[in-house]
Design a protein around this ligand. Structure first.
Ligand code: SF4
Length: 241
């Protein structure tokens, strides 16, 4: 049973959000990764500011035009850019992908990233984020999804829902949100996987950017945004949801 908004700390709200969304969407098992780590890394690099459908189109065209990683490295950058054109910023992404692949090849000629398994979270994060074009979101997605490490990826949907509900402050950046939210959750990959996936789905389906569907949302009683909208309606004597 979800509590009312008053007196809840951000940590309590975070846990209540987790429990309410577990109920709404169902608890997921940590899955077998959909792709090998190197493939996941490159497709996640393509996802920046790009819809999932367009990321997938760019990824499959890249694989079709250049079936091996050495071929991607050797491709003329203009041609690689053309292959990636459904993604946003295909030119910078093409350059970063080639540079990242060269660095990975220098360490692991077969492009295997399985050595990350043996690293601590901090070491693995540092190693990944030293690659061009790899930021917090990409590194945490790879480490959580492929290696089941206890990190929390914060994409645009996770960020928006967290801010509206009041799990993080209005001025917190997406970068900072990674650690603030992680500090309020158990360091358990299964919990973090569910929290990430559920807030992601919630942001896509209910807490959408324009016109969130608060009347359908189980978080309204603890959500700052929803309570403010409701209060404004009461102040103006309007019928509220
Ligand atoms: S109550 Fe509204 S604003 Fe709050 S999380 Fe749900 S849909 Fe988003």
């Amino acid at each position: 049973m979800i509590s009312e908004n008053e007196q809840l700390s951000p940590a309590e709200k975070t846990w209540q959000t987790h429990e309410a969304l577990n109920e709404l969407y169902g608890v997921l098992d940590l899955r077998k990764p959909r792709r090998e780590p190197i493939h996941e890394l490159i497709s996640t690099m393509l996802s920046h500011r790009t819809t999932h459908a367009n990321e997938e189109k760019a990824y499959y065209r890249l694989r079709e035009w250049y079936p091996t990683w050495p071929e991607v490295i050797a491709a003329p950058v203009e041609d690689l850019t053309k292959a990636l054109e459904t993604a946003q910023y295909p030119g910078p992404k093409a350059i970063n992908i080639q540079k990242a692949l060269r660095l990975i090849q220098a360490q692991e000629p077969d492009f295997s990233l399985h050595f990350l398994e043996e690293m601590s979270v901090e070491e693995a994060m540092n190693w990944l984020m030293a690659l061009p074009g790899v930021g917090l979101k990409t590194a945490t997605l790879l480490l959580l999804f492929n290696f089941h490490k206890p990190v929390l990826p914060v994409d645009t949907h996770v960020f928006r829902v967290s801010q509206r509900v009041g799990l993080i402050g209005a001025k917190v950046t997406a970068e900072k949100a990674h650690t603030i939210l992680l500090d309020m959750l158990p360091k358990d990959a299964a919990v973090l996987f569910n929290f990430h996936k559920h807030l992601y789905w919630h942001g896509q389906r209910i807490c959408i950017w324009k016109g969130p569907k608060c009347s359908e949302c189980p978080l309204c009683s603890i959500c700052n945004y929803c309570q403010e909208v409701r209060q404004k309606g009461i102040d103006k004597g309007k019928k509220v949801m």
